[in-house]
Design a protein around this ligand. Sequence first.
Ligand code: NAD
Length: 554
Amino acid sequence: MTQATEAPVFRAPHGTHLHCKGWLQEAALRMLMNNLDPDVAERPEDLIVYGGLGKAARNWDCFNAIVKELKHLGDDETLLIQSGKPVGVVKTHPDAPRVLIANSNLVPRWATWEHFRELDRKGLMMYGQMTAGSWIYIGSQGIVQGTYETFAEAARQHFGGSLAGTWTLTAGLGGMGGAQPLSVTMNGGVALCVEVDRTRIEKRLATRYLDEWTDSLDEAMARVQRYVAEKKAVSIGLLGNASEILPELVRRGARPHLVTDQTSAHDEYNGYIPAGLTLEAAAAMRKSDPEGYVKRALDSMRAHVEAMLAFQKTGSVTFDYGNNIRAQAQRAGCADAFAFPGFVPAFIRPLFCKGIGPFRWAALSGDPEDIAVTDRAMMELFPENEGMIRWIKAASEKIAFQGLPARICWIGAGERHLAGLKFNELVREGKLKAPIVIGRDHLDSGSVASPNRETEAMKDGSDAVSDWPLLNAMTACSGGASWVSLHHGGGVGMGFSQHSGVVIVADGTERADRCIRRVLWNDPAMGVFRHADAGYDSAREHAERIGLHVPLPR
Ligand code: NAD
């Protein structure tokens, strides 16, 4: 395959005119194109959707070939995708997946960035990230909701269910970190977000993720105190370097209620600005003295983490937000860097025990009103789920759609199939203009093995066991999902994770009812099984409550 020179611009078709032989194939086609919509993807011209090099197809020839195959694919056929390239069509049946996807998988001994890059250069592989190569990315809404859910759980665990009257100290207002201020204020709290790059602050102000900013620490702290006293939910950007500001706040005896960080600490060369350097000086030093730069960045991260540890000692709820800053500080000699937990064991695991995770759906009609109809249906279906209702109301007001209108909300085992069946009924009754695509992130309760993130500190020490995502994908296939994916390396890089994805289309048919009842029951059930097996009592209790059979007793 050669790289095509032209990089066309795609937007998913809207409306009810079919370009394929059925809605399942059409859904795959539209979601593939939606991933590359210029409003959705970071670098659509290079087929890059998000997350560094996360791609939707290996190259433009492969993309065109996938589109052609999907247009001709029958209801008794299944298209095979190997790292973004269509490699075969097999005979199946109407309840089977229409597409099976395997991206970026390497035999463990060879699972390094170096080996992957070599294969990538030869055109033999592609990095699928999580939802890029599995055609179910929906833009930044997914990040906002995950971050919102993390702070909501922190509020439930530590502050009586709301962040009102509290302040959160964090840093980094980039692609993912930019969701922090909005997520804190949506939970009722005050956020102080330290960011070294003024353009990032301006971007978050322009998109209304951040409320106000200052370059004065004194001014920032005066506002924090005022808003906390008034129980006003306001986010403040503070222009400065976190490795200078946090130690200074420790010296001043500041007492934030929550402390975390989303600078790009995982990448000491490109992602973290050392103390004492302007952005320009940092860029110059990266070129003139790369080794010196890395040492300085790691030393700064050590100071940053030592300040986080000091806050933790005085009672701040402190956690790592998936950027590996603890491991980086440890490299620089901070022996007790891992004294504060990662966000999954701290806040997300109790949700994972109930199979709760980032459920999402998109309207193939392209009409935002279809999402409004599903929003109302969800609030009627789960009236007791106050957190979800608060999120849906806030999201419908504050989140702009990117590409096909979509919604995300965290629900779990025993709930997702009810939502899917309801959407299918709404399609059948003509209350929605076209079918709904239902999926989830690979960052979910029973679909990922990632010892530095999703499966950090499992109760039985089974962090690195990756049988679970494999079982998850097989379960999705046997239940009749519309497309299923198995990936490696998402989120944390090559060698560090294996994960699977599932998508099912509610096209209003009885066949869809049948498949939804199986797939959306089984998929979150895998998370309950995984956590029950690891020894979590709440997973066992949830299994009993919803009637899930766990073979062996505790
Ligand atoms: P990004 O590179 O877009 O943004 C990082 C920001 O940090 C930039 O705006 C940068 O100017 C700022 N920064 C760098 N050094 C700084 C310093 N010393 N002081 C203050 N600001 C500084 O990255 P992103 O997409 O926002 O991701 C942030 C981190 O979160 C990454 O490490 C990423 O891997 C991780 N992450 C976490 C999750 C999760 O679910 N928790 C998900 C995805 C990514």
